[in-house]
Design a protein around this ligand. Structure first.
Ligand code: EPZ
Length: 430
């Protein structure tokens, strides 16, 4: 089974190019089937989740042409089925965006109940409530969610919780509904804005994305477009924290610094220098990090997808830190793994109390989910000795060429498949 083998101790130094945002790409790829004309998407991340979604789209007759690794042409004119089932789609969360997209276009869709990272219970009641408000009947049976409407008409939806997924799904279902839809208490994440911009470039009429009230006036049909996906805020943030934890000096390039403000603010608070330019952010960590408190919140708050990475940094800071997870209740599963590396962390319900230690030590550990996996890699990069990380398939869901990008910054990390590979790695790194 493939693992990452890491020899810690090198500060990360240099520049790294950030790819397109996975969580924007997943919604935008699904939305591209909403026109019969061909859509060109650029800056698509080549990660497992996007590839699984493209495979699901092909299974219903969508024509996908890979122009290069990050550019894809999509044509949804010859869709020949509205049922998306199969094991592969259950492994990702974003299969459910095809529900909104197909319901919006064909007024009917059936999609396997979504999977995704096991980070807590992940209800979809707000998606269902939104579809129903637009006039659809929604039924869950035999592991499928089935949505159908004779006629979709605009509705007024108040989201009970701030949800990225439901905001984007209802937005897709509403773009061709008759009349006006209003989504209140909408999510404001950059990927919500990116999806709205994408749909507007196809002829939709969406206003207010990025605020908590989104207004959608239904249009008759959507047309072809060429669109570039925004940079990945979480990939960028992960490298920024990798710089901090290894006491390095890393410039993340091809980013939108505004999207990284909550991450930069925390890095400054814990003693890093952060320099912003138009499309890059440099993080320099010259000394031991300071402790702090942080609570995950919807955008523009500190992202839940960065919670494990900041916890790994605070585990090496001076003093006691408190990390509160307010979005997903089961997102501390990495704590046991980090404890094997010498961290001192106590979890009480949705709060982790972290007593900073002087050093982590290499250990054999397992990635419990995508972001926690990336955070454990960072811990390994800072640890004394060798760390091996299993279940790297989780990390590959959302990070393109992660080991390669880290090696370009001076990290010693490799994918190994056998005990022999691991021994060779150990000999090489000394
Ligand atoms: C998206 O998940 C992302 N996934 C997650 O990224 C991310 O952690 C999350 O948004 C928050 O930013 C994708 O984009 C594919 P939510 P999603 O709906 O849409 C509750 C990663 O690592 N809720 O914003 O599933 C829910 O339980 C992944 O890249 C309801 O109660 O998240 C949670 O507490 C992991 N009812 C909160 O809302 C609903 O109908 C936010 O969830 C929907 C959600």
């Amino acid at each position: 089974m493939e693992q990452y083998a890491i020899k810690g101790g090198n500060p990360l130094v240099g520049e790294v190019e950030i790819g397109g945002a996975k969580n924007a790409a997943l919604a935008i790829l699904a939305a591209s089937v909403m026109t019969d004309e061909t859509v060109l998407i650029e800056n698509m991340p080549d990660v497992r989740d996007t590839n699984v979604l493209l495979q699901a789209m092909e299974s219903i007759g969508v024509i996908i042409e890979r122009i290069d690794r990050h550019t894809v042409k999509i044509n949804g004119a010859h869709i020949n089925g509205l049922v998306i089932d199969g094991d592969y789609i259950k492994r990702i969360r974003a299969g459910y965006y095809l529900l909104g997209a197909l319901l919006g276009k064909y007024k009917k869709a059936e999609v396997a109940f979504p999977g995704g990272c096991n980070i807590g219970s992940r209800p979809i009641d707000q998606h269902i409530k939104g579809f129903k408000a637009l006039g659809a009947d929604v039924d869950i049976a035999h592991g499928l969610i089935k949505a159908e409407a004779e006629h979709l008409r605009g509705g007024h939806i108040y989201m009970d919780v701030v949800t990225v997924g439901a905001t984007m799904n209802v937005m897709m279902a509403a773009v061709m509904a008759e009349g006006q839809t209003i989504i209140e208490n909408a999510a404001k994440e950059p990927h919500v804005v990116d999806l709205a911009n994408f749909l507007n470039s196809m002829g939709a009429n969406i206003r207010g994305a990025g605020t908590d009230v989104i207004r959608i006036k239904g249009v008759q049909k959507l047309h072809s477009t060429e669109y570039t996906i925004i940079p990945d805020q979480i990939e960028a943030g992960t490298f920024m924290f990798a710089a901090a934890v290894t006491r390095g000096d890393v410039t993340v390039k091809n980013v939108i610094p505004k999207h990284l403000e909550s991450i930069s603010a925390k890095l400054i608070e814990i003693g890093c220098e952060v320099e912003e330019s138009d499309d890059a952010v440099r993080v320099v960590a010259a000394k031991r990090l300071n402790h702090t408190q942080v609570k995950t919140l919807p955008y523009p708050g500190f992202p839940t997808d960065m919670q494990p990475q900041i916890a790994v940094a605070l585990g090496l800071s001076s003093g006691t830190s408190i990390v509160t997870e307010s979005i997903f209740e089961n997102r501390f599963k990495y704590v046991d793994e980090l404890t094997r590396m010498g961290a001192s962390i106590k979890v009480e319900s949705n709060t982790a109390i972290i007593d900073g230690v002087d050093r982590y030590t290499g250990a054999s550990i397992t990635a419990p989910d995508l972001r926690a996996g990336a955070a454990l890699v960072i811990a390994g990069l800072a640890a004394e000795g060798i760390t091996t990380i299993d279940e790297i398939r989780y990390i590959e869901r959302g990070y393109e060429d992660f080991p390669l990008k880290l090696r370009m910054l001076g990290a010693q990390i490799e994918v190994v498949d056998t005990e022999k590979d691991l021994q060779k790695f150990k000999l090489r790194v000394g």
